[in-house]
Design a protein around this ligand. Structure first.
Ligand SMILES: [Zn+2]
Length: 348
């Protein structure tokens, strides 16, 4: 597999103040992995700024203009934690372009799949406002670009970030051309993402939320992927898969209390890669969202990239674990709702 990594050192130029947890150090840490441990395993891809027309696939022109006016100015706090610095607009445009560049290379066959290792992240950004460290919704812009310009009519989005991707959910809430599936710690920011949020109108049943209590492990996530996400994905038959990859699910993240390991992220990626290969010719783009423990972030990115590149090692064979009775008990209200729309989910 040839995996394209869309990365740019300029992603470190966006900063929201000296003590902010979503810091340029994240980009610097990723650069370190790309230039050492991962060297030679991927195809480097240059990003380009998304145009205002491309941003407006998801965002209102009035919000885009407002963001543009923050360029070159002092810090502008949209809220306590989402602050535009002097270069935020410029860098957020570069982040939003990463998925578009990857899309073109995948559709022309130059690469097999891609990881957009961007900052700022995107999945909380809504059409008219930034939120939760996110300014433009990088993944949603790519999804809408695929629908509008590439004739792709079934896009599966898997959002494994610790937090619910309210912005992505909202963008496609009434569409069946996008199936959004999110797993997230609950209760937690942003407060959305209950299992009863299943979409509306044509999109009813095409928005699946799995709120999870803290403390979930690799085995828990793998069981959920195998038992719930895989059968739904096979029934949906996506033409393209997009993933919001947040490494704030790793044990030791300062914002979360999940307990996954970097290897676990590799295993999840092995499963997603299998789905992409069997359902949509391998067409798959990952987007970096959260992940704030820099050591874990580096290790998580490393394992994920190795899996995307299809380099399983012998010891990488994925543990086969069933849904444990306590996990099944916790999930059963959500599964009951899901089964109404997706009867393929197995009975237990
Ligand atoms: Zn997050």
């Amino acid at each position: 597999m040839l995996t394209g990594l869309v990365f740019d050192k300029r992603f470190a130029l966006h900063e929201m103040g000296p003590d902010h947890i979503e810091s340029p150090r994240r980009t610097i840490a990723i650069n370190e992995v790309l230039t050492t441990r991962l060297k030679g395993t991927y195809f480097p891809v240059e990003t380009r700024p998304a145009t205002e027309d491309e941003l407006s696939l998801i965002h209102l022109p009035s919000y885009i203009s407002f963001m543009k006016e923050t360029a070159g100015q002092g810090y502008f706090p949209f809220d306590a934690e989402t602050i535009a610095g002097p270069r935020t607009y410029e860098i957020a445009c570069l982040a939003a372009g990463a998925g578009l560049v990857a899309t073109e290379l995948i559709l022309t066959g130059e690469i097999d799949n891609a990881f957009a290792l961007v900052r700022p992240p995107g999945h909380h950004a809504e059409s008219e406002r930034p939120m939760g460290f996110c300014f433009f919704n990088n993944l949603a812009i790519t999804a809408e670009y695929l629908r509008r310009f590439k004739g792709i009519k079934r896009i599966l989005i898997i959002d494994w970030d610790l937090h619910h991707g309210n912005g992505t959910q909202k963008a496609f809430y009434s569409s069946r051309e996008v199936l959004y599936i999110s797993l997230h710690q609950s209760p937690l920011f942003p407060g959305t993402g209950s299992a009863s949020e299943t979409g509306e109108k044509d999109g009813l049943g095409f928005n699946l939320n799995l709120p999870l209590r803290a403390g979930k492990t690799d085995d828990d996530y793998l069981a959920i992927f195998r038992q719930v996400i895989t059968p739904v994905a096979r029934a949906y038959q996506p033409e393209f898969i997009l993933v919001s990859a947040g490494f704030d699910i790793l044990k030791g993240d300062p914002l979360g209390r999940m307990e996954l390991t970097p290897r676990g992220c590799g295993w999840l990626t092995d499963l997603i890669l299998d789905l992409a290969r069997s359902l949509c010719s391998g067409r798959l783009i990952y987007f970096l969202e959260g992940g704030y423990n820099l050591k874990e972030l580096k290790d998580g990115v490393e394992e994920t990239v190795l899996s995307l590149a299809g380099r399983p090692e012998p010891e990488r064979s994925i543990p086969e674990t069933p849904l444990s009775p306590p996990l099944l008990g916790e999930l059963s209200p959500a599964l009951k709702i899901f089964k109404h729309y997706w009867p393929v989910i197995p009975d237990r």
